[in-house]
Design a protein around this ligand. Structure first.
Ligand SMILES: Nc1nc2c(ncn2[C@@H]2O[C@H](COP(=O)(O)OP(=O)(O)OP(=O)(O)O)[C@@H](O)[C@H]2O)c(=O)[nH]1
Ligand SMILES: [Mg+2]
Length: 491
């Protein structure tokens, strides 16, 4: 709330930088503290900080700049914590702002987080003026302002500034616009209330604000996790893949400070529908999935590192089937050994899409078509690169419009033992819904005809694989025969 502080003879306004965890809010203010030495009052403060990289209360920097109705302006620049656990503190800080800067990462994931953040904090259409900063333009998949405006449905009145806060680009443009917004708010308040005296009050200090925030939103206690060390961005070289971008992704995944173990998913599909039992530990951390299992526990760091190198090589061979932002990371537990974790975006699998789509014919058909495309991809990998995927819909997901393989098990071999069963199982499951079966077979036919060669079919032993499967649902027989004919036509 803009006020006139008689003691300093200035109008005091507050600009608050907010946004999801790890997007670069503190980096913005730190950069300004270094570049605006002449205009700042005192150092940048981070009260209550326990020394970690994430902000727990706020960063604070006071700078001078501009005039409002002839009175000099003094601006408090603040950041909020990004971590989900500090939501109450974040809300109070946003509430106290005259103008807001929403910092987002310019990536696809940044847009998903940004949209959720806009909604959760009602920033769209808020009475507080907003500037959006698209940070980390130096990363590979950075989007431009036009695309972001469309994706976030921001109208033209909200400025979007491209930035690389780490090297200072766009930082000053952002603060200039936000301070101008805050000055307009102050001017409007002064005119509405009848002059400077009407908004006269002592300005809040950083200490006072810290006291106000202390009782709020103690970190939400993390639920008890299995006795397995979590991945960390501090892992030494050789313990993380890809080595260049991996640390940032791990940091982002853990930035929320809350991991939830998803007992409901691990092993669930195993015994129930024949895709094998599982000893997997699955954690959800914000919009990321962290996975490990007893089979990925090694007695020495070296053995775990060998497994990481092997797994990374296989992951790379997945090509387009590898989800973006996938990381392999070792986590050591002293003498108790080392665990190999996979971190990837949290995606809904084709299996869960099929289950959710039970009453929705179009959604079910869409999931089956994607599975058919994934099956053809898997056949190509098996035939041409001897890479064996576990062909079950719970192991595939949609990453945007792309089908990806989310399981860690990738085998090497000349033939794909479960191929026939994997293809026929979907027909049997949907035998009660002829439109679904037809759409699935059409999609398989298209893929097999246009993408597989006769040599692929022969190498995979596909006709034999289909003949060998025992059909358990009599009404599926005709459709299975059609699949056999499709494959037969290629040989
Ligand atoms: N590649 C790249 N990294 C950046 C950029 N800006 C900031 N970072 C890095 O992003 C990480 C997080 O930055 P912070 O400024 O601490 O992020 P924050 O939004 O304050 O994070 P919380 O306080 O946890 O919410 C740091 O490692 C920064 O160096 C940028 O423009 N490009
Ligand atoms: Mg911060």
């Amino acid at each position: 709330m803009a006020i006139f502080d008689r003691d300093v003879g200035r109008v005091v306004v507050r600009v608050v930088y907010t946004g999801p965890p790890g997007v670069g809010k503190s980096t913005n203010v730190r950069t300004l503290a270094n570049s605006l030495r002449a205009r700042r009052h005192g150092e940048m403060l981070s009260p209550g900080s326990s020394g970690g990289a994430s902000t727990e209360f706020f960063d604070w920097l006071e700078i001078d700049g501009g005039l409002v109705l002839g009175h000099p302006i003094h601006c408090q620049l603040l950041t909020t914590p990004g971590a989900y656990a500090f939501g109450k503190r974040r809300r109070l800080l946003i509430e106290s702002a005259d103008a807001i800067v929403l910092v987002l990462e310019a990536s696809l994931q940044g847009m998903i987080d940004g949209r959720a953040f806009l909604e959760a904090h009602s920033l769209r259409g808020s009475t507080k003026p907003l500037v959006v900063q698209l940070n980390k333009q130096d990363t590979a998949d950075a989007m431009d302002q036009g695309e972001v405006r469309l994706r976030l449905e921001l109208d033209e009145s909200v400025p979007i500034i491209a930035a690389r806060a780490a090297d200072g680009t766009g930082v000053r443009e952002t603060v200039v616009l936000a301070m101008r917004n805050a000055a307009v708010v102050a001017q409007t308040a002064m005119l509405a209330k009848g002059g400077i005296e009407a908004i006269s009050a002592p300005a809040e200090t950083a200490d006072a604000l810290h006291e106000r925030l202390k009782p709020l939103g103690e970190s939400i206690p993390a639920p008890r996790l299995p006795d397995v060390p979590l991945p960390s961005p501090e892992i030494p070289a050789g313990g993380i893949w890809p080595s260049t971008t991996g640390r940032d992704i791990v940091r982002r995944a853990l930035a929320g400070g809350v991991c939830v173990q998803r007992h409901d998913l691990a092993g669930q599909h195993g015994l129930a529908d024949g895709s094998g039992a599982s000893d997997t530990i699955i954690l959800q951390a914000g919009s990321y999935c962290l996975k490990t299992s007893q089979r990925r526990h090694f007695s020495t760091f070296e053995a775990a590192r060998d497994a990481l190198v092997r797994t990374a090589r296989l992951k790379r061979m997945l090509g387009e089937l590898l989800p973006g932002d996938t990381v392999l990371c070792l986590a050591s537990d002293g003498d108790n050994g080392t665990w190999l974790w996979t971190i990837s975006p949290w995606l809904s699998t084709l299996r869960s899409r099929m289950l959710q789509a039970d009453d929705d014919e179009d959604a079910a058909i869409d999931a089956l078509r994607h599975f058919a495309a994934a099956a053809v991809d898997a056949m190509l990998l098996a035939s041409r690169q001897s890479l064996i995927l576990d062909l079950h819909p719970s192991n595939f997901a949609l990453d945007g419009k792309r089908v990806v393989y989310v399981d860690d098990d990738v085998g090497i071999g000349a033939n794909h033992p479960a191929l026939g069963y994997a293809l026929i199982q979907r027909i049997e499951e949907c035998a009660h819904a002829p439109r679904r079966v037809e759409a699935y077979l059409d999609a398989l036919e298209r893929g097999i005809t246009s993408r597989l060669h006769r040599e692929d079919i022969e190498k995979l032993g596909l006709p034999r694989a289909l003949e060998d499967v025992v059909i358990r649902v009599p009404s599926a027989r005709e459709s299975v025969d059609r699949l056999r004919t499709i494959v037969g036509a290629k040989t």
